[in-house]
Design a protein around this ligand. Sequence first.
Ligand SMILES: [Zn+2]
Length: 350
Amino acid sequence: MSETTVSETTVSDPTRLPLNTPHRFYRGGERILAFRGLDVPEAFDGHRPEDWLASTTRLFAEGGDGVTVLADGTPLPDALASDSDHWLGADHVARHGIEPGLLTKLLDAGERLPVHSHPDRAFAAAHLDCDHGKTEAWIVLDAEPGACVWLGFRDELPADELAGLVEAQDERLLAALNRIEVHAGDTVLVPGGQPHAIGEGVFVLELQEPTDLSVMLEHRRFGLEEAHAFLGLGLPRALESVDLGPLTSDGLDRLRRRWTDVEASGPALPDEASEYFRAEVLRANAGASATGAAAFAVTVVVAGAGVLTTGTDAPRTTEVARGDVLLVPYGAGDVRLEGDVTVVRCMPPA
Ligand SMILES: [Zn+2]
């Protein structure tokens, strides 16, 4: 080992993340390409609705893709293992190991997603041999007029009635959920266990615990196998992971925010999210720069253009504009944003 530890990867800090859009069972993806400034390829199959950013997670089914490969060809997990203190920071490694503990996605719902839910941590530990459940959060970047999401049962649903609705596979399942019209600037936290769906025409930046564990309450019209739909657990056990409600308007209010209300820097998500992940908005304009502390951060430029400076001793500047997606390692140091530009930094829990 030489005196100075050099990352074995050859990518620069920060590094731009290439497109990583595994095939999914539902339609979408053109908004991701447009956001990233890419043309729709001639062979586009219309089923690339998710761009997995800085992912160390694999799909539960559908081929098992999903892990990010950096621009120099290094799979992200190998890069993290080769210099974990640089990428994640020694404190993070001491508490969480060499896993970021976070999965970030761009998601373009080209059709309404099926009603589904994700296990919480306790259920995942008890029945799926997994430390993480999948609490998730949506940062709405764009939405067609009238587009909406659905979250939580409006009225408490007895377990046998839920089982009946899942057996029936009809519209009553969706109708039992709170329907929420969304607009660019909204954020919604989706706790593990809460049933939900994203409607057609909604484009989100999504943070999740790093698993692909979903209970597909609606599955037939999407052609999903029951083993896939119920995580190999069988219907009765899988349904034990679902929150039967009710999710009242007060409960919903606690799960919602406006990320566009942040002035210079501040959290995009409700406080309840901080146990799982953090999303920090940095907004610079002609009058003021915005700063953030060193962190492993999936940094998504959501509006405008400017310059991101990392580090203090030997600062590095990166020109950024809407649609850029950068992975900034902890070791790159504090960040400063200048210009007329807004970024969202998606980070593991503090
Ligand atoms: Zn979900």
